[in-house]
Design a protein around this ligand. Structure first.
Ligand code: SAH
Length: 393
């Protein structure tokens, strides 16, 4: 077993059970991509078993802090079983579920979503890449499913020195499937959809949106960055008269239109705009349009803190425009999924947008990712999605 020794004083984060060690903290030792290593303090004390990643700034990702644990197929079987058992205990109103959420489930770099009878996975670190075949077999065993699609085409793979790959890992057939979320039927394609196919993390916020639209009697709804229209279906279910979905992806909008009809709503209650959101918001202002509820669920503007300044301006801009388009008493559901923007900073950005728009807002709810996107107290990087629900006064 190869040993990685940390520099003096650099053992603190592992002792706090944070799973990452950055390149600059390594004193000595090397290993192959994904190889299991024993990580020791400068004094030679055991800290963790970990996967080594020679190309990544995150040089080491811990598998286990237990010196007696062996990193073998049995280890992965236990971790996967724990993750699946946790989801069975959580209240999840869907058969679309995140089964494994990387670091928070003790499997750094592994994302596994279940979409009805298909598993869709991303192997995003050298460690899980090395154990891929074992993990694939164990995932089928733990779920009783036969089909696993791989979507390891995320750009973070490059940072690990790994090539982009996608395709069936186990089983085959159609990559299309339908999930039931709350009382809605939503379709997706694990080969073509974003990430692993769908944005499961917004499940609970979509329900809250339906309830909010119903409660406040919102009639005209604008769903920005709609993707396949999850929030649009929620708005119609909540009784909205008319919903406008805006996205720059034509296939996503086509699916949104299909979702409206598939869920029993009249197609005439839905309008799809294939355009840039910022431009569309400005056009709506020019045209004098007004809305009773607006959703802003943009893509990650700031993947890391280094992009925070530019991202803050982009968030502020769209929130300012949305505040202007809202009727007094209207509701704004505004989100940031940027790891580089803290909940605190997001709050400040939205507050600044309200000031610039000359309106005051009442925060009546805050949300994060649905609980199957597990978050642990020792890994703050796991908190990426923040939502503020605001009533315009
Ligand atoms: N709210 C959605 C998820 C949104 S993901 C849901 O509940 O499923 C972000 C979406 O923003 C993607 O569909 C992407 O196509 C879209 N997008 C990215 N940049 C955009 C832009 N500048 N204008 C419009 N849409 C954009």
């Amino acid at each position: 077993m190869k040993v990685i020794k940390l520099r003096d004083g650099k053992e603190r984060s592992l002792l706090r059970r944070h799973p990452w060690v950055f390149q600059g903290s390594i004193g000595s030792g090397k290993a192959d991509s994904g190889e299991t290593v024993r990580v020791e303090s400068a004094a030679g004390d055991f800290l963790a078993w970990a996967a080594y990643s020679p190309h990544s700034m995150i040089r080491v990702r811990a598998w286990s802090f237990d010196a007696a644990e062996r990193i073998d197929a049995g280890f992965f079987e236990r971790r996967i079983a724990q993750a699946v058992a946790l989801r069975q205990r959580l209240p999840i109103a869907s058969d679309g579920v995140r089964l494994i959420h990387g670091e928070a489930d003790g499997l750094p770099g592994l994302i596994v979503d279940r979409y009805a009878d298909i598993l869709s996975a991303q192997f995003l670190s050298a460690g899980v890449e090395r154990w891929k075949a074992t993990i694939a077999d164990l995932l089928l065993k733990a779920t009783g499913l036969t089909r696993l699609y791989e979507r390891s085409d995320a750009s973070v793979r490059e940072l690990e020195g790994l090539a982009s790959v996608s395709g069936w890992l186990r089983g085959g057939g159609s990559t299309e499937t339908t999930i039931r979320e709350h009382e809605w039927q939503l379709t997706l394609d694990v080969a073509e959809g974003h990430k692993t196919g769908f944005y499961l993390d917004q499940r609970d916020s979509r329900k809250l949106f339906a309830d909010t639209v119903r409660h406040f009697g919102c009639q005209r709804v604008l769903n920005c960055y709609s993707y396949t229209g999850g929030f649009s279906v929620a708005a119609l279910a909540g009784g909205a008269a008319m919903v406008t979905s805006v996205d720059s992806s034509a296939p996503a909008l086509a699916r949104a239109a299909d979702h409206v009809v598939r869920n029993g709503f009249d197609a005439a209650r839905h309008e799809a705009i294939d355009a840039d959101v910022n431009q569309t918001l400005r056009q709506c202002i020019d045209q004098g349009r007004r809305f009773d509820a607006i959703v802003l669920d943009p893509p990650k503007f700031a993947p890391t803190a280094a992009h925070a300044d530019r991202a803050a301006r982009a968030y502020k801009d769209i929130n300012r425009l949305a505040f202007k388009l809202l009727e007094p008493g209207g509701v704004l559901f505004t989100f940031s999924c940027s790891g580089g923007i803290s909940a605190d900073l997001f709050h400040k950005i939205v507050a600044g947008a309200g000031l610039d728009a000359g309106v005051d807002g009442l925060i009546y709810a805050r949300t994060g990712a649905a609980p199957d996107h597990a978050m642990t107290v020792t890994f703050p990087e796991g908190e990426y999605l923040k939502g503020l629900m605001i009533i315009k006064r």
